[in-house]
Design a protein around this ligand. Structure first.
Ligand code: BG6
Length: 272
């Protein structure tokens, strides 16, 4: 599995060809910001538990609820490394994936996806999808960002107040009142374009997740029972992570005319 490792005075990070997935990032002077499971499986065809998996062209089981593999074919595909460079301590890695490399009979369109990762004092990632087909296409996508936290039940997630969300745990639709807290299994799809802040009193820092081209934010923590059920996730690891995902899913799926390009991006920064 090809990987690009970068170590500069500004940051350390790692991006794999498998899924064009960021699997590590830590700006100088900080504890790791991107979380990776101790039990992650690194086999071709498997999803790597942690980092920033790219979910495309559907999210979870898709809008029909029947699509496989979960979260689309992009995160388990081998992407092509287009370029990797470093300038003034900032590393830039570009991967591409096309319909010739990864596709599905259930999503049989011609496309070109480009994942650009910029690792420096901040982490910036852009997913650009180009509709190469002669039909209008529709797709879901997520930058499924696993963030490292000191102790999940103690974090306070701000920025989603007032946003409507679908609760995948209870099946209900409701509005967020106050900050989000991890006090049980949390699996929520918010309709929100807002910047999210994860205040972490244990690591004494705030992670800021700013996005563009994204109308959905997913917040996920499996909590105790679900963590036990996942073979690539340690029983106690739910305490050390939370996912805040930059996405366009469900009613906010992207609709793209032939020849159009859609860009979705996230910037993660650490405030100590
Ligand atoms: C989240 C979903 O984005 O990803 C959850 O909202 C899901 O429902 C989680 O459990 C992990 O998915 P997976 O396929 O990586 O186990």
């Amino acid at each position: 599995m090809g990987t690009i490792e970068s170590r500069t005075p500004l940051a350390e990070g790692r991006v794999t060809d498998h899924g064009a997935q960021v699997v590590a990032w830590r700006p100088a002077g900080s504890e790791p910001v991107i979380w990776l499971s101790r039990h992650a499986v690194w086999d071709p065809g498997s999803a790597i538990r942690g980092g920033i998996p790219i979910c495309f062209p559907w999210f979870g089981p898709g809008r029909s609820g029947e699509m496989t593999p979960a979260h689309g074919f992009a995160r388990t595909a081998q992407w092509t490394l287009e370029s990797a460079s470093e300038s003034d301590g900032v590393t830039r890695v570009v991967h591409a994936l096309t319909h010739e490399q990864a596709s599905s009979p259930r999503w049989p369109f011609r496309y070109r996806a480009t994942a650009t990762v910029i690792l420096g004092k901040t982490l910036h990632m852009v997913l650009a999808v180009d509709n190469m087909d002669d039909r209008t296409i529709s797709f879901e996508a997520a930058l499924h960002t696993y963030l490292a936290v000191g102790d999940a039940p103690s974090i306070v997630i701000n920025g989603l107040q007032g946003a409507r969300y679908h609760d995948k745990v209870t099946g209900s639709d409701t509005m967020q009142e106050g900050p989000v807290r991890i006090d049980g299994e949390v699996d929520r799809v918010y309709a929100s374009t807002a910047t999210v802040e994860v205040h972490d009193p244990v690591l004494d820092r705030t992670l800021v997740i700013k996005k563009s081209g994204s109308a959905s934010t997913i917040v996920w923590n499996p909590w105790v029972e679900k963590a036990r059920m996942m073979t690539d996730f340690g029983d106690d690891e739910w305490r050390s992570m939370v996912c805040v995902e930059t996405a366009n899913v469900g009613d906010h799926a992207v609709i793209l005319a032939p020849g159009e390009v859609h860009e979705m991006s996230v910037t993660v920064s650490v405030h100590q």
